[in-house]
Design a protein around this ligand. Structure first.
Ligand code: GAR
Length: 188
């Protein structure tokens, strides 16, 4: 029996694509669906190209969670990976998938996390902070933004001359290197 993972993504979806490529041909895992909250997100283009179904749920669905839960149960999903997903995960999903929802955050939590801290905003905050390092945090998802237990962190240096774009590039490289491997080790 393969382990069935739903990917949640709100934007470009480069992490989702990297995960799909990493697990491509691995019979132990299936990725039956990509779920988004934005119907015009570029992740849908990637999904089409990779021949993975993708679907968009409304803001109301993400507030309430029941429709999404039914959908995931129907698809026999075992776990959820947030790969650049920017909304709060509804409590009914957190209750239904204990320790089976993980997120990647593009900084070293507990620094630079919380509501509104996503994507480029994070790298701007890091650049403005004077921190000499940034990195990635892969963590379990609970009912508070970015506060679930940490599974893995990796760091990269930040120079005083680095722009937010330059930090983003280093952090993305860490994401691509580690996220799929950490998923495989967690649910191997
Ligand atoms: C990634 O850097 C991910 O860590 C971040 O959004 C980006 C999505 O890029 N997630 C968060 O900020 C969550 N708080 P992608 O769509 O190209 O994978």
């Amino acid at each position: 029996m393969s382990f069935r993972i739903a990917l949640f993504a709100s934007g470009s979806g480069s992490n989702a694509e990297n995960i799909l490529n990493f697990f491509s041909g691995n019979q132990n895992y299936e990725f039956p669906i990509i779920i988004s909250n934005k119907k015009d997100a570029f992740v849908h283009e990637r999904a089409k190209r990779l021949q993975i179904p993708s679907v968009t749920f409304s803001r109301e669905d993400f507030l309430n969670g029941e429709n999404i839960l039914r959908f995931l149960v129907d698809k026999k999903i075992d776990a959820i990976v947030l790969a650049g997903f920017l909304l709060k995960v509804p409590a009914v999903l957190i209750d239904a998938f204990p320790d089976k929802i993980i997120n990647i955050h593009p900084a070293l939590l507990p620094k630079h996390g919380g509501k509104g801290m996503y994507g480029h905003f994070v790298h701007e905050a890091v650049a403005a902070s004077g921190d000499t390092e940034s990195g990635i945090t892969i963590h379990y998802v609970n009912n508070n933004y970015d506060e679930g237990n940490t599974i893995f962190q990796a760091t990269c240096p930040v120079l005083s001359t680095d722009t937010p774009d330059m930090i983003a590039e280093k952090v993305h490289a860490l994401e691509y290197e580690h996220f799929p491997r950490v998923i495989a080790e967690l649910w191997g």
